[in-house]
Design a protein around this ligand. Sequence first.
Ligand SMILES: Nc1nc2c(ncn2[C@@H]2O[C@H](COP(=O)(O)OP(=O)(O)OP(=O)(O)O)[C@@H](O)[C@H]2O)c(=O)[nH]1
Length: 416
Amino acid sequence: MDLLRFATAGSVDDGKSTLIGRLLYDSKAIFTDQLESVERTSQQRGDEYTNLALLTDGLRAEREQGITIDVAYRYFATPRRKFIIADTPGHIQYTRNMVTGASTADLAIVLVDARKGMVEQSRRHAFIVSLLRVPHLVLAVNKMDLVDWSQEVFDEIEHEFSAFATKLDVPDLTVVPISALHGDNIVSRSPNMPWYEGPSLLHHLEHVHIASDRNLVDVRFPVQYVIRPQSLQHADYRAYAGQVAGGVLKPGDEVMVLPSGFTTRITSIDTAEGPVAEAFAPMSVTIRLEDEIDISRGDLICRPHNQPSVAQNIDAMVCWMAETPLVPGQKLAIKHTTRSARVLVKELQYRLDVNSLHRDDTATQLGLNDVGRVRLRTTVPLLADEYRRNRSTGGFILIDESTNRTVGAGMITSAS
Ligand SMILES: Nc1nc2c(ncn2[C@@H]2O[C@H](COP(=O)(O)OP(=O)(O)OP(=O)(O)O)[C@@H](O)[C@H]2O)c(=O)[nH]1
């Protein structure tokens, strides 16, 4: 069954937790005992309705014990599709959380409160969705019950948001009026808003076409592990494990290994479920090759006539996620696909104002949650594509070597 990964974004209290709770509740993915405890707590608190946010927040609280991860993943399924929700807490360090949650998403839902309309954060969220090139964007105008299900209010928000989205290069935008609390337009079309003719939110999530979002053209297989069994019996066995980042690989295909440049052929492709006749993104597979070539972690398998850049000069858009600013001259560690290196920040070309989309080329640093364009020089070459071509081989993270914390996320605009 096909899988849709999506992320949610909204300002505090826009109703993100309630929406996720509603989707889980209505898709019956909730364990009965968890549900009963939520119902009990709601009653104790004197809530008029079962407070679905308690469900999400309860799960979230569990996860927050585990410090390192900022994003919680939740799963649910309908007969049509499986879903993974990247649930990112809205308040603190929102850019960082959003980048983490949305970087691998097929779709992002930006929530706004119908009473407040578009606020600065809505613009920022939409901008980050476009920067990360999440292929599908949904604007969910929530709390329609609190504006009397008004078409006028909805139209105005839709209009304002669409106007901003056209400046952003958002390929696919759907706008849905909902009430997460009452379930309107979540699973089925709401009788309270007969003027709305589009799909319910879940219907859209189930039907949005994602198969063609994948890059099936450029074969990219960053090697994560070299598997070499110890036993003498299998002394000649060697296989390369990793996740396909692009293209379609098949046994018999001629391939090139970078950076060495040697060519050979694929003999077989294995998965946890056994051998397969072809592999494509985002499958995790083990590949065997005809010739014994010296390959190590961080190398990349591609087709001889379709290679990524082997580059040390990287121009990229960077979302900065640390309190201490990014400044030219700084040295950082970089993680790009399965390869690690160090970089020097050579130049900050401009900082982008996410509200006006204005480029400030007098900026001398990037602060927490800032986005800007930088020029980097790496210690070893990266096997890189432009982010717009491939989100895996075009993306990277920057790490502060003294604290080992992720301080930035980057999208490559050019590599040479
Ligand atoms: N009337 C009404 N209230 C809603 C709706 N959706 C959410 N709320 C209420 O809005 C408040 C905030 O909802 P949450 O789901 O906790 O908001 P959130 O965006 O998840 O907030 P954080 O988890 O803190 O980021 C709660 O009191 C909800 O009951 C809605 O459709 N209609």
